[in-house]
Design a protein around this ligand. Structure first.
Ligand SMILES: [Zn+2]
Length: 308
C-alpha cells in the first residue's frame, strides 16, 4: 500500500521536536518539548517514543500509512548501526542504539543521522542552497553543527562523523571543549560563551534575542560583540573555503538571527583572508527553513533511503 506520511524527530540541546510530514515534506502537525524537561524523566528514548505515539494518535493515522521515522541527533552517529557515539551537550548517551530501541518500541523503520547533516540536506533540497552543488551548512546554537554536500551528495566521512565545523580549533591554546578538544570554534561562538561575554559586558543576564535587538538600535557594545563573533566564525570559514571550495555557505540557528553585522563581518574576513579563486564566487546565505530544517531533513532521509 502506498505510504502517506513520515515522522520527523529533531533532538537539540534546547528542544525536542516531533512532526508529522507528508511525502512532499509539508509539516502537517508538530510538537515541541523542552529537552531539559525530557531529560528529567526516566528515559529520554521512551519520552521520544511516547511523543511519536501521541502525534500518530492525535492525527488518527494508521501505522501502515507511515513510511518511517527519521531522527536527527546532536552528535556523531553510526548510520548503518543506528547508534549515537555520544552527545557532546547531553550527558549520559554514549554508544546508544536509538534506532534499534525506537524500532522495537514502535514497530516502524527508523533512520538516523547527525542533526546538522539533516539541516544541510533540507536546505540543499528545499531551502537556501537549492541549485548549488558544493555546500557547507552551519547551525549556530548551544552547539555549532556543520554539514557538507559535495557534488550533490552529503559527505559523511569514513566514520559518519565528518562535517564537524564547530570543532575546528581557531587557536593553539584556549578553552577546553565538550568534545575533548581545545579552542574549538564552538567554545568561542556557542550560545553559552556568547551569553557569558554579554553578561560580562552588560553586567547583567541578557538573552540572545535582546543582544540582537540591542545591536539593531544601535548599541555599540552589542554591535562590537556580534562583530567579534562574526570575525571568529570567519576565521574558521576561511579554512573551510580554502579546503573545500564550496559554491554556497548556509548559516542557520539562533545566532544567525543577529543578521547584518554578523554576516558583514564574516564576509569581510573571508574576502580578506581566503584565497581569491575559492572565495570569488562564493555565496554566503542565511538558512531559509528555520526551526523546521532538521525535521524536513529527517523526512528526506527516510524517503531517500527507502526509495519509493
Ligand atoms: Zn570541540
Amino acid at each position: 500500500m502506498a505510504k502517506k506520511f513520515i515522522i520527523g524527530v529533531d533532538l537539540g540541546g534546547t528542544n525536542l521536536k516531533i512532526a508529522l510530514l507528508d511525502l512532499k515534506y509539508r509539516i502537517k502537525d508538530k510538537n515541541i518539548l523542552s529537552t531539559q524537561v525530557c531529560l528529567k524523566k526516566e528515559n529520554l528514548i521512551s519520552t521520544i517514543a511516547d511523543a511519536i505515539n501521541k502525534i500518530i494518535e492525535n492525527n488518527r493515522i494508521k501505522r501502515t500509512d507511515i513510511l518511517g521515522i527519521g531522527l536527527g541527533l546532536p552528535g556523531p552517529v553510526d548510520i548503518k548501526r543506528g547508534l549515537v557515539h555520544f552527545l557532546p551537550n547531553i550527558a549520559g548517551y554514549t554508544e546508544v542504539n536509538f534506532a534499534q530501541i525506537l524500532k522495537r518500541r514502535l514497530g516502524l523503520p527508523v533512520s538516523l543521522d547527525n542533526d546538522a547533516n539533516l539541516m544541510c540536506l533540507a536546505e540543499y533540497k528545499l531551502g537556501a542552497a537549492k541549485g548549488f552543488k558544493n555546500i557547507v551548512c552551519l547551525t549556530l546554537g548551544t552547539g555549532v553543527g556543520g554539514g557538507i554536500i559535495i557534488e550533490g551528495k552529503l559527505y559523511r566521512g569514513s566514520n559518519d562523523a565528518g562535517g564537524e565545523i564547530g570543532h575546528i580549533p581557531i587557536n593553539e591554546r584556549g578553552p577546553r571543549c565538550n568534545c575533548g578538544g581545545i579552542a574549538c570554534l564552538e567554545t568561542y561562538i556557542g550560545n553559552n560563551s556568547i551569553l557569558r561575554e554579554a553578561r560580562r559586558l552588560f553586567r547583567r543576564d541578557i538573552s540572545l534575542e535582546e543582544l540582537s535587538s540591542l545591536a539593531k538600535k544601535p548599541d555599540k557594545r552589542a554591535q562590537a560583540l556580534w562583530s567579534k563573533i562574526g570575525g571568529r566564525l570567519g576565521v574558521a570559514l576561511v579554512g573551510v573555503v580554502n579546503l573545500l571550495n564550496p559554491d554556497c555557505i548556509v548559516i542557520g540557528g539562533g545566532v544567525a538571527g543577529a543578521g547584518k553585522i554578523l554576516f558583514a563581518r564574516l564576509r569581510e574576513v573571508i574576502s580578506r583572508q581566503a584565497m581569491s579563486v575559492q572565495s570569488r564566487h562564493l555565496k554566503i546565505v542565511k538558512a531559509r527553513l528555520g526551526n523546521n530544517a532538521g525535521l524536513i531533513g529527517a523526512a528526506i532521509l527516510v524517503k531517500e533511503r527507502v526509495r519509493l
